[in-house]
Design a binder for this molecule. Structure first.
Ligand code: PMP
Ligand code: GLN
Length: 375
């Protein structure tokens, strides 16, 4: 969609990456690290300063204690952490449960592991996309090896509610499954929604691998510095896979993100405030243009039902997303890109698209004006 947006000169509300780079002082710290010689392979587990900063962050924010020597692993973005985690715990004959829709790399990781992908629907309701708890309980069984959760959730913007998290925890314990959580949007929550790591729930710390990264938190998506935290045997298993995926990476970025995690709370708060303004701008804009939307309480994204705008040339969300850049100069992503082809959720969301608000206000305003012209 980004290539199409570029070719059509469209306002790119498709791919979720910020128009504005992260804080100057963090970028300067990486430049300094290059000057000071942080240019060769860092240790496979990541540099000590970053592992300590991650452990300190988990303790300070969530009261989760991890030993930086054995329970923290630095990865090449959350993408590698999640893929290595899935490859570490699941294989042929195993089921891995995800929510549906799901972030695309989750499905790819499960396929690479040779495991079976079982999904539980999130349904569009007035107050957000909500997890079908009956379907969750029905999805688990003796073959369930892992539950891969993402909250705040891409693409729906849902922050899972306490009763949803508790239900996931109960199912994981009953099935003796590992939980892998994708928490890359942990700091980007709105309307008073609080992110609760699954690892903080009773009985979960010892069966949960928590994965996050600096990309969204510090608007540095191209740096690809991520981390996994969890009990030492699970972290060791992820390390064993990571060893032969990348071994290590991001030498000058690691010390910069270590500093960002320790000293960047003000920057995170400012990003959250600014994103909240842009969330409301896009939400109001989409509604006044005639879209039905579900108000997100986290992430970079608003989902909208494009049903009223479907036509001969654009009969569903996927066709609409291909048609819109040329017809109206705006790019979005269809929700079916985050679903299993032909699934119940894919059918339910066939007319839906995702717009990102992590763009300059001028870009959002331009996009809204263009969408209002759709009629
Ligand atoms: N998980 C989700 C839900 C995401 O939206 C993203 C970013 N697109 C990632 C993982 C990937 O994170 P990273 O860039 O740190 O690999
Ligand atoms: N996570 C971002 C998105 O969902 C971008 C990452 C990607 O394009 N792979 O749009």
């Amino acid at each position: 969609m980004s290539a199409l947006a570029e070719a059509e000169g469209a306002a790119n509300l498709g791919q979720g990456f910020p128009d504005q780079d992260g804080p100057e002082w963090i970028r300067a710290a990486a430049a300094t690290a290059i000057g000071e010689g942080a240019n060769q392979y860092p240790p496979g587990r990541g540099i000590a300063a970053l592992r300590s900063a991650v452990a300190e962050h988990q303790q300070r924010r969530y009261g989760l204690a991890f030993d930086p020597e054995t329970e923290v692993l630095v990865t090449a973005g959350a993408t590698e952490g999640l893929t290595a985690a899935v490859l570490a715990v699941a294989g042929p004959g195993d089921d891995v449960i995800t929510l549906e829709p799901f972030y695309d790399s989750h499905a790819a990781a499960i396929a690479m592991a040779g495991a079976r992908h079982v999904t539980v629907p999130l349904r569009a309701e007035e107050d957000g996309f909500r997890l079908d708890l009956e379907a969750l309980r029905a999805a688990a069984g003796p073959a369930t090896r892992a539950i891969l959760v993402n909250s705040p959730h891409n693409p729906t913007g849902t922050v899972l509610a306490p009763e949803e998290l508790s239900a996931i925890a109960r199912v994981a314990v009953d099935a003796d499954a590992v939980v892998i959580t994708d928490e890359v949007y942990e700091h980007l929550t709105f309307d008073g929604a609080e992110h609760t790591p699954l690892a903080t729930l009773p009985g979960m710390r010892d069966r949960t691998l928590t994965v996050s990264s600096a990309g969204k938190t510090f608007s540095l998506t191209g740096w690809k510095i991520g981390w996994a935290t969890g009990p030492a045997p699970l972290v060791d298993a992820v390390l064993a896979i990571k060893q032969f995926l990348t071994y290590s990476g991001g030498a000058p970025f690691q010390p910069a993100i270590a500093q960002a995690l320790v000293h960047g709370d003000g920057d995170i708060a400012e990003l959250k405030r600014s994103l909240d303004r842009r969330r409301m701008l896009l939400l109001e804009g989409l509604r006044s243009a005639g879209f039905r939307t579900v108000r997100p309480s986290g992430t970079y994204f608003v989902c909208a039902d494009a049903g009223p705008f479907l036509r001969e040339e654009a009969r569903d969300g996927a066709a609409f997303a291909r048609w819109l850049p040329g017809a109206a100069g705006v790019a979005c992503v269809p929700l079916t890109a985050f679903c299993r082809p032909g699934s119940e959720t894919s059918r339910a969301l066939s007319d839906w698209v995702r717009f990102t608000f992590v763009k300059d206000e001028s870009v959002l305003s331009t996009a809204i004006e263009r969408l209002k012209g759709l009629g």
